[in-house]
Design a protein around this ligand. Structure first.
Ligand SMILES: Cc1cc2nc3c(=O)[nH]c(=O)nc-3n(C[C@H](O)[C@H](O)[C@H](O)COP(=O)(O)OP(=O)(O)OC[C@H]3O[C@@H](n4cnc5c(N)ncnc54)[C@H](O)[C@@H]3O)c2cc1C
Length: 392
């Protein structure tokens, strides 16, 4: 027998869990399905927990400002600590071209509500104690960005959603969608899993690195390709570093683009780099080259980090889109189907804001932020900017 809900969310991850919470808050009967054993066990737990509204496009700035509001007030609202630390984000700069790029986006960042500014080298040295001074020109600092524990957050968002009546089914994989109509007027009415069938008015695809497969079930070709990234965490040291630090210079030997790290509430240094060439695929084995490259870069930037003890390394998947922008909203050709996918390297920080906007879209027919800003994330856009042929 099929069971009826108001909304079904495929994926209990960075996006699906807060979406379930906000839909339940609006009084909807919500079912969340995940093939893994509990919430947050997909890419959510691979994130290092950086949460910033420091972006260059208005949609991400505004959605992440909403996320920051939710993260920073969560303990007050629910009584649960999710490891929120308001230490800001700092982008220290050593090269003029990068200074020009960061300064050029400050007006748009400020216009859309971000508290951020350019600081001279002396101020950056105060924000990042022990930073290498040689060639330091200055940098940007946004004091209200921060960090959160992805595991604590997904557990707490789940618990709060359950209190509001949401059901979570784990170890249950969505194998197909129940649909009606044809190619140009498809209506998604439910899901088929390895355990049963469920129907709802709204089906939300929040399936992370596997989101393209779910889109195909609705006849949609939306490119989300897993791209693997490594990260690590140290044993705790005495707190000295408030912000998450992003060094946007490429590293030596053509291996790395930017790298970023911060110190969490427990005093652990948590770190990650972006390979210069994306590593597409689902390989999650740690490599032998990650830690030597990472250690060199971190110690060059902050020499006092040289005595860190590394506790654990891991590798996870960014759900990447060709244009590096998330896909959020309702595809115009399909009814009853909503997307919160293609989060790239920012799904944890975007998750609560995306959930809030999807909940509004589903219940009120429009997002919370202005529609023309939100449309930047539209599932209907050209993902290749007209360059698909050139990319082949
Ligand atoms: C090393 C690393 C560091 C990162 N650091 C940050 C950071 O600091 N800040 C940040 O914002 N982001 C960061 N990210 C990116 C972030 O982890 C992702 O963008 C985010 O977790 C994606 O969220 P999601 O909800 O789309 O996917 P997920 O959290 O993976 O959730 C998707 C869920 O869907 C389930 N699922 C898939 N298919 C099915 C199916 N057919 N049936 C049932 N369930 C299904 C999966 O099991 C999974 O639980 C980092 C990523 C990596 C790898």
């Amino acid at each position: 027998m099929t069971k009826e809900y108001d909304a079904i969310i495929i994926g209990a991850g960075s996006v699906g869990v807060p979406t379930a919470h906000f839909l339940s808050e609006k009084g909807l009967r919500v079912l969340v399905l995940d093939e893994l054993a509990s919430s947050g066990q997909g890419q959510n737990k691979a994130a290092i927990g950086g949460a910033r509204a420091t972006h260059s496009d208005p949609a991400k700035i505004q959605i992440c400002l909403q996320s920051l509001d939710i993260f920073s007030s969560w303990k007050e609202k629910t009584g649960t600590d999710i490891g929120w630390k308001e230490g800001g984000y700092c982008f220290p700069i050593y090269r003029e071209n990068e200074e020009n790029v960061l300064k050029s986006i400050l007006p748009i960042q400020k216009k859309f509500g971000l508290d951020i500014d350019w600081y001279g080298p002396d101020e950056i040295k105060k924000v990042v104690p022990g930073i290498n001074e040689k060639g330091l020109i200055g940098g940007t600092y946004s004091p209200h960005d921060g960090q959160v524990s992805p595991l604590l957050a997904s557990e707490s968002f789940t618990n709060e959603a359950v209190k509001l009546g949401a059901e979570f089914h784990y170890l249950e994989k969505v194998r197909d969608l129940i649909t009606e109509g044809g190619k140009d007027n498809l209506l998604v009415k439910g899901v088929k899993t390895n355990k049963g069938e469920y129907r709802a008015d709204a089906i939300v695809n929040a399936a992370g690195a596997d989101a393209s497969a779910i889109c195909k079930m609705a006849g949609l070709n939306i490119p989300v390709n897993p791209d693997s990234h490594e990260a690590g965490i140290s044993a705790p040291i005495k707190p000295f570093l408030e912000p998450l630090v992003v060094d946007i210079r490429p590293g030596p030997k053509g291996k790395t683009a930017n790298f970023y790290f911060g110190q969490n509430l427990e005093g652990q240094i948590i770190f990650c780099y972006t390979p210069i060439k994306p590593i597409y695929g689902t390989d999650r084995r740690s490599t032998s080259e990650f830690m030597p490259i990472m250690a060199r870069r971190m110690v060059d930037l902050i020499p006092r980090l040289k005595n860190l003890t590394i506790r654990r390394l891991w590798r996870g998947l960014y759900p990447m889109t060709p244009d590096g922008v998330a896909v959020v909203g309702k595809p115009s050709d399909v009814e009853g189907f909503y997307l919160g996918i293609g989060m790239c390297g920012q799904g944890f920080m975007m998750g609560p804001g995306v959930g809030l906007n999807l909940a509004n879209l589903i219940t009120k027919g429009k997002p919370l932020i202005k529609k023309d800003v939100f449309d930047y994330l539209s599932p209907d856009r050209d993902f290749y900017g007209g360059k698909k042929e050139a990319l082949k």
